[in-house]
Design a binder for this molecule. Structure first.
Ligand SMILES: C[S@@+](CC[C@H](N)C(=O)[O-])C[C@H]1O[C@@H](n2cnc3c(N)ncnc32)[C@H](O)[C@@H]1O
Length: 369
């Protein structure tokens, strides 16, 4: 297929300057793009980060080991201990990696972030049942100020563990985000005849990190961050207000990505980053179907999440994978979901999947013209 004309609204490197002051010096550097970015075909790109030998790790899905771990986690006294240990490990690992977790959290919690809630919260929202599940070691899941205040530190820490040879958590984050944006750019250039991206929706935007990267990469696009947690959105809006105003200001919407109520055919690009592993299969299917409805013909969908084939994930130690499963109640469902089939059944074409870092894949697809 012939390439479309170059997109006119991609920024030079897709890297934002909107990074908190404490880490600004490190993030002004151009990130190293990882080797696979030169490849244009998914099968060859997949080889650039090491894949495991299995379709998915032994501790996920329907294997005996997976059942054993799930049975242990479902035993309440054991789960309560695991939750505490998981939280302790998360915070101490982050702080060992120079991510000032407690300081960052306090900065949010003592700020005037609370004022943002009223303007952002849609009181008519009916939350899906699974959203009330405790996860990430928070009893209220994502429906709490603590989860929202800790989200940035938690994301940075995850990126640092993903790219351990980066010089800092910021560099790891920038590398992974740059690769993800590059995968999106390549896909859209290759498959969309409309080429210019005017409207972008970031479903499950959390505290706005992915949204800000999208807005920096596509500086002429209108970018909207959507999330089901009003606390996360309040933090996103609070952080954005503290930055230098951008030309393409971001809008934040409190809605369910499974059924947004937004008009059909209204976006050229939809991103769903690090959301699906937090969802049961029926929600994954609904999110993909809703994205298909919201995208214009030729529009691109980008899903980024844990890769079932990541060698790094396959080789997690028993302690770490047990802790991971204890904080991610839908991980098994996510691993067992046929993502390509789900995209195909929703109507998407040109599905591609590449490892954009050692743990995560970016799956891209197009709405037929
Ligand atoms: C791990 S965070 C996403 C991180 C963010 N996209 C990034 O790249 O930094 C997952 C987010 O998905 C949101 N979420 C989960 N289910 C959702 C749904 N059905 N609709 C909208 N947001 C959802 C959660 O509230 C949470 O903020």
């Amino acid at each position: 297929m012939a390439l479309s004309p170059p997109l006119t609204n991609f920024s030079a490197n897709g890297i934002g300057n909107a990074i908190p002051t404490t880490r600004r010096r490190l993030t002004t550097r151009r990130p190293r793009l990882l080797p696979h970015m030169a490849a244009s075909d998914s099968s060859s790109s997949l080889g650039s980060f090491e894949q495991g030998r299995l379709e998915r790790p032994k501790w996920a899905g329907h294997t005996p080991l997976s059942r054993l771990v799930s049975a242990l986690i479902s035993f309440k006294p054991f789960y309560s201990i695991l939750k505490l240990v998981a939280r302790h490990v998360l915070i101490s690992t982050a702080e060992k990696n120079n991510i000032p977790w407690r300081e960052m959290t306090k900065e949010i919690l003592v700020s005037d972030v609370y004022r943002e809630l009223e303007s952002i919260q849609d009181h008519s929202i009916v939350y899906p049942d699974h959203f009330f599940n405790p996860f990430h070691a928070y009893n209220e899941g994502n429906l709490s100020w603590l989860a929202a205040a800790e989200a940035e530190a938690a994301t940075l820490s995850m990126m640092r563990r993903t790219i351990p040879d980066a010089s800092s958590a910021d560099e790891a984050n920038q590398i992974a985000r740059a690769n993800w944006l590059q995968a999106i750019e390549q896909h859209h250039l290759q498959y969309s005849e409309t080429s210019i991206i005017r409207d972008i929706l970031d479903i499950g935007c959390s505290v706005g990190e992915s949204t800000r990267h999208l807005a920096d990469k596509f500086p002429t696009a209108k970018v909207t961050g959507l999330d089901l947690s009003p606390y996360f959105l309040a933090v996103a809006q609070h952080k954005e207000r503290k930055r230098v105003p951008r030309k393409n200001s971001i809008s934040w919407i409190h809605a369910n990505g499974e059924n947004t109520g937004l008009p059909s055919d209204s976006f050229d690009l939809i991103s769903i980053a690090f959301v699906l592993h937090e969802c049961p299969e029926r929600a994954i299917v609904n999110l993909v179907r809703e994205a298909f409805r919201l995208l214009r013909p030729g529009g691109s969908l980008a899903l980024t999440d844990i890769s079932p084939k990541s060698k790094m994930i396959e080789e997690l130690s028993p302690v770490l994978f047990t802790l991971l499963k204890s904080t991610e109640p839908f991980l098994d469902e996510y691993y067992l979901t046929d993502m390509e089939g789900t995209l195909r059944e929703a109507g998407f074409v040109n599905t591609k999947s590449i490892l954009t870092d050692p743990r995560h894949m970016t799956m891209t697809a197009t709405v037929p013209q």
